[in-house]
Unconditional design. Structure first.
Length: 432
């Protein structure tokens, strides 16, 4: 189906052609006409499938042109709102809007924490009528009276499950109350736990469910598992980094401390890498991602702060140094590679205590991941897929480990919070 069948203007079709898009992706094919007709939708979000355009294009086409220049407090009344869980995703969506909106009379602004409000206020005063925001910073602007939601016509919640998992439900409730009743709304989510359904009920009006066949187990991504002793993981990582010499390698870890530690260990081996996680300042996070995206930095060590939605072209390899704390996150991590029909490879380093989790992950994915051994890193003979007898033991150990990790994060964050109580927007970094 061509773009011309999706109720898109000639101007938009020209923009898409200039970007080299020959036809819509499945999520675009289903979502765009519904949103163009003014319907509310609840959509399964797939990673790297052109999801952002599926809501950005209808926003640009549906929003009425601002007839007169707004003055005074009316300058802060915005027309469309997009909420996303991480600063990186907010920036990326905002950049996509800029690419798609050539020739349209709408301007967007990225609203996220870790930076002063001033620059964002300036953009709103200069006429930005589409706000892409993290919830914390948006609420700051609302309190500051530098964003007003009273005439919003379209609202999108992207990565809804992640937003809820990060504990932003109260923020979202406050935001929804400030929106006008008459509006168009859409929600995108990777999973649909009861919390997401509940939120959908309070946000959406007679929503149409949009589902796309096929999943991230996208054929373009080769997913491998390498069993390894926990103490050998760093050595194996170094070996893989030296051997693969890929254009870009994204290594996921579960903690900020773990990310810093790996960077140090790699440095000892003269492998240059940069860490990205919630404790890094926004400017460092932005630069790290920019350098990685443009190929200046080859190895990025990241927590799940970049697992969702972040689009990195030509990323051939993702390494899971450890399986994520929540299995759903695996799907997002791995989805960073193999985007837009490129080939990609994902290798997960799995040690004994992660074996039970691996089995659960395979159940979630409905596939058995291919196991590989790397020369010089022999399969640990004590490592065997858990049988029923030691399964209970593994589960108990995993639970203990999870609790210990959560406690450690809490303690670390408590210390931080008292240092920086004023900086409430740091909320985003709480988990990563
Ligand atoms: P997204 O899932 O929105 O982050 O998009 C993933 C990547 O696919 C981005 O690099 C987009 O520029 C690209 N993309 C989106 N829609 C299309 C399309 N219809 N044809 C080709 N590439 C696309």
């Amino acid at each position: 189906m061509p773009f011309s069948n999706l109720m898109l203007s000639k101007k938009m079709q020209t923009n898409l052609k200039a970007l080299g898009y020959s036809k819509p992706t499945p999520i675009q094919e289903k979502s765009i006409p519904l949103l163009r007709k003014g319907k509310d939708i609840l959509a399964s979000s797939q990673t790297g499938t052109g999801k952002s355009a599926s809501f950005i294009l209808p926003i640009l086409e549906n929003l009425p042109i601002r007839e007169e220049k707004r003055v005074g407090d009316d300058r802060y009344k915005i027309d469309a709102l997009i909420l996303a869980p991480t600063r990186e995703l907010v920036v990326q969506i905002n950049n996509s809007i800029k690419r798609y909106s050539k020739g349209f009379p709408h301007k967007s602004v990225a609203v996220y924490g870790g930076v002063k409000l001033g620059g964002q206020v300036k953009e709103i005063r200069a006429g930005a009528n589409i706000v892409v925001a993290t919830t914390g910073q948006l609420l700051k602007h609302i309190k500051n009276r530098t964003i007003n939601l009273s005439i919003v016509k379209i609202v999108i919640i992207d990565e809804a499950d992640k937003l809820l998992e990060m504990g932003f439900i109260d923020d979202i409730r406050v935001i929804i109350k400030l929106l006008p009743k008459k509006r168009q709304s859409a929600m995108f989510s990777a999973t649909f736990p009861s919390s997401v359904i509940k939120l959908a009920k309070s946000l959406l009006n007679n929503p149409i469910r949009v589902e796309i066949e096929g999943d991230i187990s996208a054929k373009e991504i080769k997913q491998l598992v390498c069993f390894i002793g926990e103490e050998q993981k760093t050595a194996l990582l170094i070996h893989l980094l030296k051997e693969k010499q890929a254009k870009g390698i994204l290594v996921f870890v579960n903690s900020k401390r773990g990310a810093n530690l790996i960077v140090e260990k790699l440095e000892e081996q003269k492998i240059k890498s940069i860490a990205i996680h919630g404790d890094k300042s926004q400017s460092i996070r932005d630069k790290a991602l920019k350098d990685f995206k443009n190929g200046e930095a080859k190895v990025l060590i990241a927590t799940d702060v970049v697992a969702r939605g972040i689009d990195i072209k030509n990323l051939p390899l993702v390494i899971n140094f450890e399986l994520p704390i929540k299995n759903e996150e695996y799907i997002h991590r791995v989805g960073r590679t193999g985007r837009a029909k490129n080939q990609g490879e994902a290798i997960s380093l799995v040690c004994q205590k992660e074996v039970t989790q691996l089995e659960e992950l395979e159940k979630l994915l409905h596939i058995k991941l291919q196991k590989v051994t790397i020369e010089g890193f022999n399969y640990n003979p004590s490592l065997k897929l858990s049988n029923k007898k030691n399964k209970q033991k593994d589960i108990k150990n995993n639970e203990k480990l999870k609790k210990a990790k959560e406690l450690a994060e809490k303690i670390m964050n408590k210390g931080k919070k008292s240092e920086k109580t004023a900086n409430k927007s740091k909320k985003n970094s709480r988990h990563f």
